[in-house]
Design a protein around this ligand. Structure first.
Ligand code: NDP
Length: 336
């Protein structure tokens, strides 16, 4: 059983040497247990948070522990009546080939529907916590109304690309901020965004003013830092900011100052609300049903960057931070 364990807490950017490779025998089962063969491993910005020991919403991964990660897998062996070999499941099964799950942890193992209504990898993107993040952050906190302007950062990423498409479905003007011209083109031509801004090359404040002639009503925040500051200069009265993520700060070694335009939150009576997708776990089914229908109607598209081989996971995770990927980042651990 090949495994990647946390060897060191990253200082600044993640380094491949922060992970340690290990091989263990495939575990054998006791009564009540289930053995899962991991197929796809999800790589997510929050992995960087779990690797650190700063205050966070879950316990950090301990040094020497198998790196935590969301996995789609198949039950290989079962000594539990609720799971049969061949069942497709998802859960936090870690950066490894096989995961042994004991009864207390089986509660968090989700069984996928049979037959699968969409390709399996959709359960790593729009039909996973990623889809729920976009859905509840935008609709429950952002509350976009038809005709309003919605801006989203990390717009070509897993969450951001869904946020923009859901906002379009709701009749909004949608502006995406992302890191390359190629990604901007994808947002405009494939996903139907109304405008896209390359933050690497654009002067953000005039670019936002041009793309948002009626100001900004909802800003779905994935990034923080300079992008948040630029957006705050353009927000409308009673704007809403679902605070989903702050990826520009995850590698910072010191506390990050700002936002510098904080006073705009007062002047424009802006609602800023942080959320973690697990806050909505009781309602995830609602999101899955509606997003599933939008996928089948062709109203939602998704893109995935699949890296072959568990051995490449420590290198692949760097793509989240250098932006060298399109859509959801996934590692293929074994064949479907
Ligand atoms: P993405 O697929 O969007 O990948 C991350 C992207 O962030 C990169 O591709 C890059 O895109 C962009 N990025 C990286 N560094 C910077 C930077 N310094 N400045 C600006 N952009 C940067 O990841 P996800 O969709 O999975 O996650 C997006 C955000 O949502 C993250 O902040 C994550 O932590 C958060 N999140 C929060 C959840 C919650 O429950 N609150 C749940 C899931 C995710 P580009 O080319 O555009 O620069």
């Amino acid at each position: 059983n090949r495994q990647w364990c946390l060897a060191a807490r990253p200082v600044g950017d993640i380094k491949e040497s922060d992970f340690e490779y290990r091989e263990e025998p495939i575990p054998s089962l006791e009564d009540g247990e289930v053995l899962v063969r991991n197929i796809y491993l999800s790589l997510d910005p929050t992995n960087r948070i779990w690797m650190s020991d700063r205050p966070q919403y879950m316990p950090p991964v301990q040094l020497g522990e198998v790196m935590r990660g969301l996995v789609l897998g198949v039950v290989e062996e079962s000594k539990n009546a609720n799971f049969q070999p061949g069942d497709l499941v998802s859960g936090l099964l870690g950066w490894q080939d096989y995961a042994l799950i004991s009864p207390p942890n089986l509660l968090s193992l989700i069984k996928l529907p049979t037959p699968l209504p969409v390709p399996l990898t959709a359960f790593m993107g729009p039909l996973s916590f990623i889809g729920c993040t976009a859905y509840f952050g935008l609709l429950d906190i952002g509350k976009p109304q038809a005709g309003e302007t919605v801006v989203v950062s990390a717009a070509s990423g897993a969450v951001g690309s869904l946020v923009g498409q859901i906002a379009k479905i709701k009749g909004c003007r949608v502006v995406g901020i992302t890191g390359s011209d190629e990604k901007c083109q994808w947002l405009l031509e494939e996903l139907g965004f109304d405008a896209a801004i390359n933050y690497q090359t654009a002067d953000l404040i005039p670019a936002l003013a041009k793309s948002c002639p009626n100001g900004i009503d909802v800003y779905f925040e994935n990034v923080g830092g300079a992008i948040l500051d630029a957006v705050l200069t353009q927000v409308n009265l009673n704007a809403r900011i679902p605070l989903c993520g702050l990826i520009s700060t995850y590698n910072s070694q010191e506390p990050v100052p700002g936002p510098y335009n904080f006073s705009q939150i007062l002047m424009k009576r802006v609602l800023v609300q942080g959320f973690i997708v697990s806050d909505y776990v009781q309602q995830w089914d609602v999101a899955f049903r509606e997003i599933g229908q939008w996928i089948q109607e062709g109203k939602i598209k998704y893109n995935q960057e699949i890296v072959e081989g568990l051995e490449n996971a420590p290198k692949a995770i760097l793509k989240l931070f250098d932006g060298n990927k399109m859509g959801k980042l996934i590692v293929q651990v074994s064949p479907e």
